[in-house]
Design a protein around this ligand. Structure first.
Ligand code: ZN
Ligand code: ZN
Length: 260
């Protein structure tokens, strides 16, 4: 079986389980780096408009030829299957392992299950079934997104790689206090927020915000107390159970997976 831990979730998980090497010879644009000299600078797959044409670059064909030359090829068969292409430039897309920020949900599993058991679900089976199963197998939540629109992840990281100190900022006020020039912004989204620097409390180097934004389901999940501008206002109301947990939520079936 072909396993490529850098290019697919199942492959990655199997790679982790069996300690397989993590080989990623392709850059973020889909081109090979020079770790395989004959492939350096080549796109990882044939372009869609080139399929069926002669004398065009086809990485798959090159790999098959190499295996043939090495005497390691058992059989080659063409078969039709689905494949994702970019809708704009029609190039082949690929699964690509990226670094990401996570919330360690698995740490809260018992708490989540216990609390869920107290919820009066209607119909009842959603609580024990769909939602209960989701909680029972709860996985760590990849909360970062590599896009422009969204709530900026409020984590600043020291530019000195050795130091690598990180700070999670909890309010505009805290950012004002810690930022160089005591910054106050009209709008705290990208790109303005990315210009705000913090002087590292450990080594005095500059700290930049990590570029990612937050998964929008995080905003959704925060809605019950965010609507009260908690914890900056209504702190007592929310802390004493006057506003949260909520009394009643009506939702579509598709929403019953994890955000409230
Ligand atoms: Zn494209
Ligand atoms: Zn530092």
């Amino acid at each position: 079986v072909h396993i490529a831990p850098a290019f697919g979730e199942d492959d990655y998980n199997i790679g982790q389980e069996f300690g397989l090497p993590f080989i990623q010879p392709i850059d973020e644009k889909g081109y090979f780096d020079d770790s395989i000299p004959e492939l350096a600078g080549k796109y990882f797959k044939i372009h869609r408009e080139d399929i069926g044409k002669k004398n065009v670059w086809d990485t798959d064909k090159w790999v098959v030829d190499q295996l043939k030359k090495m005497g390691k090829l058992l059989d080659v068969r063409d078969y039709a299957h689905d494949y994702p292409f970019c809708w704009r430039c029609k190039r082949a897309l690929l699964y690509y392992a990226r670094e990401s920020w996570f919330i360690q949900m698995s740490r809260f599993r018992e708490d989540l299950l216990e609390t869920n058991a107290k919820v009066n679900w209607v119909p009842k089976m959603i609580g024990t079934g769909r939602f209960g199963n989701f909680l029972d197998k709860v996985r760590d939540w990849a909360i970062s997104r590599e896009r422009f629109w969204g709530t900026p992840l409020p984590i600043w990281i020291c530019n000195d790689r050795e130091c690598n100190h990180m700070l999670a900022i909890g309010s505009y006020e805290e950012l004002k206090t810690l930022s160089k020039g005591n910054v106050v912004l009209e709008d705290y989204h990208k790109p303005m927020i990315d210009e705000v620097l913090i002087s590292c409390p450990k080594c005095k180097s500059d700290m930049n915000r990590t570029p990612e934004v937050i998964d929008c389901w995080y905003d959704s999940g925060a809605a019950p107390f965010a609507q009260y501008h908690y914890p900056f206002e209504n702190k007592e109301l929310v802390d004493n159970g006057g506003a949260y947990p909520v009394d009643f939520i009506a939702e579509g079936m598709d929403q019953t997976r994890g955000w409230f």
